[in-house]
Write a protein that binds this ligand. Structure first.
Ligand code: B4P
Length: 184
């Protein structure tokens, strides 16, 4: 199981779990959110372009996101597998990913959904306090998740593994690993 997508509402713990899972599975953690934030921190042209989307909790336009991911997946460390965290985030992005992977004859192995109650994550995110973690922006990101990202669950129904994302970080990692092993 080396080509895995993580899906879940904002603050479900995708980034937290991806860090642990990447070590266990020996594949790189590729987070579109982290890639965008690195561009913003380095004040690149792309960073200047995407900052307003992150600050308001909107999705960055697909053409920008898809191209950034295409370049990242082409790097040598991603050729043997990856954990994609936060991408795809809508069906259009999923279609682009499908084409990229089928051109390389490297299909996805699994899509892991982190299931958690929306109100629980608001507390977590407010405690984290990132610049896009104000209550209004969090609620907007949740709405974007429901309308844009949740349809991916049906799109990926054949590959979908749903994991309860409530509990200790280590417990949740163990749940994901055992669900991935059960499928392979
Ligand atoms: P992301 O960076 O993907 O942010 P996220 O969904 O809010 O975070 P995640 O679910 O990874 O939560 P985390 O582990 O950090 O996206 C940010 C923005 O980037 C988007 O709004 C959008 O603008 C843009 N973007 C990203 N990808 C895009 C795409 N494909 N297309 C277009 N735009 C895109 O955990 C959150 C908090 O919970 C942390 O403080 C953590 O410590 C805590 N936590 C984690 N697990 C816990 C547990 N088990 N118990 C208690 N607390 C826990």
């Amino acid at each position: 199981m080396t080509r895995v997508v993580l899906v879940g509402p904002p603050g479900a713990g995708k980034g937290t779990q991806a860090a642990a899972l990447s070590e266990q599975l020996g594949v790189p953690h590729i987070s579109t959110g982290d890639l965008f934030r690195a561009h913003i921190a380095n004040n690149t042209e792309l960073g200047q372009d995407v900052k307003r989307y992150l600050d308001s909790g909107q999705l960055v336009p697909d053409e920008v996101t898809n191209e950034m991911v295409r370049v990242r997946l082409d790097e040598p460390d991603a050729r043997g597998g990856f954990l994609l965290d936060g991408f795809p985030r809508n069906v259009g992005q999923a279609e682009v990913l499908g084409k990229l992977l089928s051109a390389a004859d490297t299909p996805l192995d699994a899509v892991v959904e982190f299931k958690i109650d929306e109100d629980l994550v608001v507390e977590r995110l407010l405690a984290r306090g990132r610049s896009d973690d104000s209550e209004g922006v969090i609620r907007h990101r949740q709405e974007v998740y429901r309308t844009e990202t949740a349809p991916l669950l049906a799109y990926y129904s054949d590959l979908l593994i749903t994991v309860d994302a409530v509990g200790e970080v280590g417990e949740i990692t163990a749940r994901v690993l055992s669900a991935l092993r059960a499928r392979s």
